[in-house]
Design a protein around this ligand. Structure first.
Ligand code: CO
Length: 380
């Protein structure tokens, strides 16, 4: 069976010049083959449609990205301008396999091509569900656990657990195969968290894979506006306080904000970065004086690129606190070609990733005969 996929790819290449329709047919056959060959849980990741191709806006600073330039963040003054809101939408909850529910707000028809962000899932995973052994190439994933616990194990022998308030930063690079399995909590409560997929700069697509756990205790907490606003500085900077460094290769800021009734936040963000807020609880007023929107929980608030800061507040008479995350990232000037957990820059690279995975080569060597311990909890 390992020879079938290379054979199909060769035939595809040979026929390409002669008949585009035949090529499409064979590409579909490869898709069908992968769906049959891969474990059922991985098939969930694979799109039902063919490969989608998108181009992100150009960024003149791209070459300097790899040396991790300090993002330009202007101090807040009377001259500062607030970013306008481009879009607000509810992340609708849907079933994702047995026992998992997901609110996906990036990587759907509502919000694509929002470089460097590929996907954002707000997940709730109960008993008997999880993500057993599956591969990745070409992206980073940031997992932020809000409640419960998630174990992880990869084919290089790394193992660990993240608990409430902890994060895991995973760089897939040229190849990782791992399992992500939620706990079965004694009280039956589900495991809730956020998983963000971030694109890797094309020069780093084939870098060595890497993990970095960030414990809740390592995250600085900023209090402002007479303690009515609390900001967990997971990644980036808020009110002069810096997060732990070197979490991910692609520059991303991630702040977890709680605002009590009567509180107001002005948060400076790097110039030119894409940014959004995702609401977790309460009602937040986003925007400035002349243009505001009140947003309830589980919405994605997408900001325009122009402007120095974002503003958020909760009225005096609100009956509860509001909580949301603010996420900002350096846009990458590159094409995104994604096929499930393989995120590259061209169709050829995606086929190569599938081939490398199937043949356990070019970064997937350790996947040969590897099976995680934690994935065995879930029969598939
Ligand atoms: Co994964």
């Amino acid at each position: 069976m390992r020879l079938l996929l290379p054979f199909l790819i060769c035939i595809t290449a040979i026929l390409y010049a002669y008949s585009p329709s035949t090529t499409t047919f064979i590409q579909d056959s490869i898709t069908t083959f992968l769906h049959q060959k891969l474990p059922a849980t991985l098939s969930q990741y694979l799109p039902k449609t063919s490969i989608n191709t998108t181009t992100t806006p150009t960024d003149p600073n791209f070459d300097s990205l790899l040396s991790y330039p300090t993002p330009i963040v202007l101090p807040i003054t009377e001259m500062s301008t607030a970013r306008a809101i481009r879009q607000v939408f509810l992340a609708i909850e849907q079933a994702e396999g047995a026992g998992a529910r997901v609110r996906r707000s990036i990587g759907t028809a509502k919000l694509r091509n929002f470089s460097p962000f590929l996907m954002l899932d707000h997940f709730t995973i109960g008993k008997g569900a999880g993500f057993p052994d599956h591969p990745h190439r070409g992206q980073e994933t940031i997992t932020y656990l809000l409640s419960g616990g998630v174990d992880h194990e990869d084919f290089a022998g790394n193992k660990g657990t993240i608990g409430p308030g902890d994060l895991q930063f995973m760089t897939a690079g040229r190849g990782i195969m791992h399992a992500e399995m939620p706990h079965e909590n004694p009280d039956g409560s589900p495991n809730v968290g956020m998983q963000l997929w971030v694109d890797l700069p094309k020069e780093l697509k084939m870098c060595e894979p890497r993990y970095r756990d960030l414990r809740a205790s390592e995250i600085p907490l900023v209090k402002t506006d007479e303690d009515r606003v609390e900001i967990k500085v997971i990644s980036g900077q808020s009110h002069g306080v810096d997060s732990v460094k070197e979490l991910a290769y692609t520059p991303v800021w991630l702040l977890d904000v709680t605002i009590r009734p009567g509180g107001r936040l002005s948060q400076a963000l790097p110039q030119g970065w894409n940014a959004f807020a995702y609401t977790l609880a309460g009602k937040t007023i986003f925007g400035s004086n002349d243009s505001t929107q009140t947003v309830k929980e589980f919405h994605n608030v997408v900001f325009e690129q122009e402007g120095d800061l974002v503003e958020a507040s909760v009225p005096d008479n609100a009956d509860s606190d509001a909580r949301f995350i603010i996420v900002a990232g350096q846009p990458l000037d590159q094409k995104v070609v994604q096929y499930g957990p393989f995120v590259l820059n061209s169709q050829e690279e995606v086929y190569q990733a599938m081939l490398d995975y199937q043949t356990a080569s070019n970064g997937f060597e350790k996947s040969r005969n590897w099976q995680s311990e934690i994935g065995k909890r879930m029969a598939y």
